[in-house]
Design a protein around this ligand. Structure first.
Ligand code: HEM
Length: 143
């Protein structure tokens, strides 16, 4: 009998992190670049709530902070918390009115970025679920 493995069956451990499965810090940073590049083209209202530098481009600072966060959050080096402390994600998103439209725009951009970077299989299933949970947790305006 073969066991059908679906995305839901991946449970990260200290030895088998999503960071490792994605290919390490450079691959995670490349995913972040693809995410903001996608947002600029396909989700202008979402790009508009981000710091831009130059106009139309999500700033280098935003790209680097989210990249460092993601590397740590996925089980890689913890540089984000060492440099910036606890992420306090809800607090850091307070100035942005996150409703269902921006939440869904964020998830669409991240989904297309993962497609573009070839993120598939069990780690993709895991990330789709986790991103959806966090994006919904960050909603701070009623539907
Ligand atoms: C739900 C829709 C979301 C919106 C509209 C949103 C928007 C933003 C904005 C506007 C910033 C500030 C940076 C800038 O001005 O360019 C930011 C920062 C950040 N976001 Fe989000 N975000 C969303 C979802 C998420 C999710 C799901 C995560 C985590 C998985 C996340 C993690 C972060 C982090 C770590 C930062 C950097 C915080 C810092 O160090 O300043 N965001 N986000």
């Amino acid at each position: 009998m073969t066991t059908l493995r679906t995305g839901g069956e991946y449970t990260p451990t200290a030895e088998d992190t999503p960071w490792h499965r994605l290919g390490g810090s450079e691959a995670v940073q490349a995913l972040v670049e693809a995410f903001y590049d996608d947002m600029e083209v396909h989700e202008p209202p979402l790009a508009a709530v981000h710091q831009q530098d130059p106009p139309g481009k999500v700033s280098r600072r935003s790209r680097e902070r989210f990249g460092l966060f993601l590397i740590g959050w996925l089980g890689g080096p913890q540089d984000y918390t060492e440099q910036h402390g606890h992420p306090r994600l809800r607090m850091r998103h307070n100035r942005v009115p996150v409703g269902v439209e921006l939440r869904d725009a964020w998830l669409r951009s991240m989904g297309r970025a993962m497609d573009a970077r070839g993120v598939s299989g069990a780690v993709r299933g895991y990330l789709d679920t986790r991103f959806a949970e966090v994006a919904d947790f960050l909603r701070n305006v009623p539907p």
